[in-house]
Design a protein. Sequence first.
Length: 145
Amino acid sequence: MNENEELLTLIHDNTKMGLSSAKKLLELIKEKNNKIKFLLEEELQRYESFYKKCKKLMKKEKLEPATSGLLKKLTADTAMKMEVKKDNSDSKIASILIRGFNMGNIDIEAKIKKYKKEASKETLKLAEEILNFGKKQTELLEAYL
């Protein structure tokens, strides 16, 4: 796997997990009066946009996304469901989201640094957009803690 492919695969997995998590959390709190819903809805829209951009770049590079990660997704969904069932406060949801953003940001930042000379400018730009989005969202979410 070349550097560009590796970074695109990471972006694909990151955005797919972000989409899945945002949808799941919105579903879990749809009947609740959480103030954080609007941030989750914005997050979902942004991840949809990032996911589409990533798919377009992968198509351009003639890459097929791997279909792995099912166990990781199921584990994350189950853990999220249990946490929200115990405590569905905005503070708890913000905490869950911040952990997710931090994990994604660490991975993406490391790959950007590692492949900044080898990956395409388009791929790096998308990775940096996602990284900046994650940092901004983390700052916004901290207000709910």
